[in-house]
Design a protein. Structure first.
Ligand code: C5P
Length: 220
């Protein structure tokens, strides 16, 4: 069978990562967390003293770090210049800067190329999660899902995952980040015209996974 490409987009805290990993594992597909790639390049910028609020400073060094993603849904990995950054990329200092870095066109061009290379190498297929996968990175995907959830549900899910933040702070930071991601010029967070929208507010993870798996099977 030909490889199946699944794009899963949506704002933070809608269950994209958990859903994407579970769907990929269940169907024997690879998995790519594109948010982790943007976080990884942001982590490198922070670590190297680059002013992340200065787009030209960011653009000038965009090609420097080597970012490698491991695509096994059961144990995805992310390294920068050979260093495992899975932990540090979830810290507040990276989370608060990632939207500014990912809005820089040079960054998007580079990371998008990486994503397309990884997707085209997946033998059975791949589940790719992010913000612009269905619209920009893989517009020819076999299935496009757009996950949504209420801001309250999203903040509650995220504060369970992130260290050192209360619910209100998390909720406000999340709304700010989504606004920045949706409002940027280059490849904003958006639902593709042919994406299936799934509101996860009232659904369990298992229900969302089942729904997406069924949709993938219909396409195969
Ligand atoms: O998914 P996650 O919350 O880890 O993504 C972190 C950030 O990376 C997003 O807030 C967004 O700024 C950026 N991102 C993006 N395009 C993607 C995936 C993530 O701009 N495809």
């Amino acid at each position: 069978a030909k490889p199946v490409i699944v794009a899963i987009d949506g704002p933070s805290g809608t269950g994209k990562s958990s859903t994407s990993k579970a769907v990929a594992a269940q169907l024997g597909l690879s998995y790519l967390d594109t948010g982790a790639q943007y976080r990884a390049i942001t982590w490198w910028m922070v670590n190297n003293g680059i002013d992340t609020d200065d787009p030209s400073a960011v653009a000038a060094v965009t090609g420097k770090p080597e970012i490698v993603s491991g695509t096994d849904p059961k144990s995805p990995t992310i390294t920068v210049d050979g260093v495992d950054v899975a932990g540090p990329i979830r810290e507040q200092d990276v989370t608060s800067r990632v939207s500014a870095v990912s809005a820089v066109p040079e960054v998007r061009t580079r990371i998008t190329e990486l994503q397309r290379t990884i997707a085209s190498a997946a033998v059975t297929g791949i589940v790719v999660e992010g913000r612009d996968i269905g619209t920009t990175v893989l517009p020819g995907a076999d299935l496009k899902i757009f996950l949504t959830a209420s801001p309250e549900a999203r903040a509650a899910r995220r504060s369970g995952e992130l260290k050192g933040a209360d619910l209100n702070t998390t909720r406000e930071a999340l709304i700010r980040r989504d606004a920045a991601d949706s409002g940027r010029k280059t490849s904003p967070l958006a639902k593709a015209g042919d994406a299936v929208e799934v509101d996860t507010t009232e659904l369990t993870l298992q229900q969302v996974v089942e729904c997406v798996v069924t949709l993938v099977e219909e396409k195969r």
